[in-house]
Design a protein around this ligand. Structure first.
Ligand SMILES: [Zn+2]
Length: 286
């Protein structure tokens, strides 16, 4: 859903400059197919989104390219035909894979790549933007293109075809932003804020759990020591203050140091209670 919305948003970015319009159509050819037909070779460009099909037709019109929608809509993809002769004559054939000189055209090309073979994962399931290419040449081309924006893309294979992907959240947002999918960028940022909050809550809970476990372990150790000290250390060696601390720890095994300190008569500081319990532990060791 997120991916489809992002594609519709990208397709909705108007292609106005003539340079970009030609580049847009060229992009679809780089990531599409060139087929031999009875009427001669045609570049077949296709997309799963009707919005993308409309965008190609509109861009082709601006660029003066003779594009037609295929009458037969295969499966769930919309496809268009562009006579290859026309394309070659205009100097932007699919075979020529140089990156455009103009920055506006590089962004346009990124949009075409995304619309023809790209997708982005739902932000609630992590950040991942990919281009599932038809050929290694197309995959290298996307990598170069992404690289020109200062981002690193990785290549993997899926069902024998190259898959170019970007995983880092910042990189995914930046690519979506470059393509004009501002709404998608905002949704991604929202989701990342939510997961950051969740992570920080998880960290806090984890550290609280760890603290509680540490406190329980030392209380048990103190109680052990108190029992042994009371049983083995004779009265003159053990001051009434220490004896009180031992009894308190034995009586209240789960109380915190602060609570034990308050229960002493007279009440003492937490640090004083800690030092009495340490002393008891040392006595018990002997
Ligand atoms: Zn341009």
């Amino acid at each position: 859903m997120f991916s489809r919305d992002a594609k519709d948003e990208v397709a909705g970015v108007p292609v106005q400059a003539a340079c970009c319009a030609a580049t847009f159509v060229r992009g679809f050819m780089i990531f599409g197919n060139v087929e031999d037909t009875a009427a001669g070779p045609v570049a077949r460009i296709s997309s799963s989104r009707a919005s993308a099909a409309r965008a190609i037709i509109a861009a082709a019109r601006v660029a003066g390219i003779d594009a037609h929608t295929d009458r037969a809509r295969s499966g769930r993809r919309f496809s268009m035909r562009i006579p290859l002769a026309h394309v070659v004559r205009n100097g932007f054939g699919a075979a020529h894979h140089g990156l455009p000189v103009r920055a506006c055209c590089r962004r346009t090309l990124l949009r075409a790549a995304f619309l023809s073979c790209g997708s982005v994962s739902d932000p609630s399931r992590g950040t991942h933007l990919e281009f599932f290419c038809r050929s290694d040449a197309a995959a290298r081309f996307v990598c170069d293109l992404v690289g020109r924006f200062g981002l690193d893309a990785s290549i993997a294979r899926r069902r024998g075809r190259p898959l170019v992907y970007v995983k880092h959240g910042d990189a995914v947002s930046m690519l979506l932003g470059l393509m004009g999918a501002n709404h998608a960028v905002l949704r991604l940022a929202d989701q990342r804020a939510v997961s950051q909050t969740k992570n920080s809550i998880r960290r806090t809970v984890n550290s609280e759990t760890a603290n509680a476990a540490r406190a329980a372990a030392s209380a048990a150790r103190q109680r052990d020591a108190a029992l042994r000290a009371l049983a083995t250390v004779r009265a003159p060696k053990m001051s009434p203050a220490l004896r009180e601390a031992a009894r308190l720890r034995i009586a209240f095994p789960t109380r915190t140091l602060r609570e034990l300190a308050r229960a002493a008569r007279p009440p003492i500081s937490k640090a004083a209670m800690a030092s009495r319990l340490r002393l008891l532990e040392r006595m018990a060791e002997r």
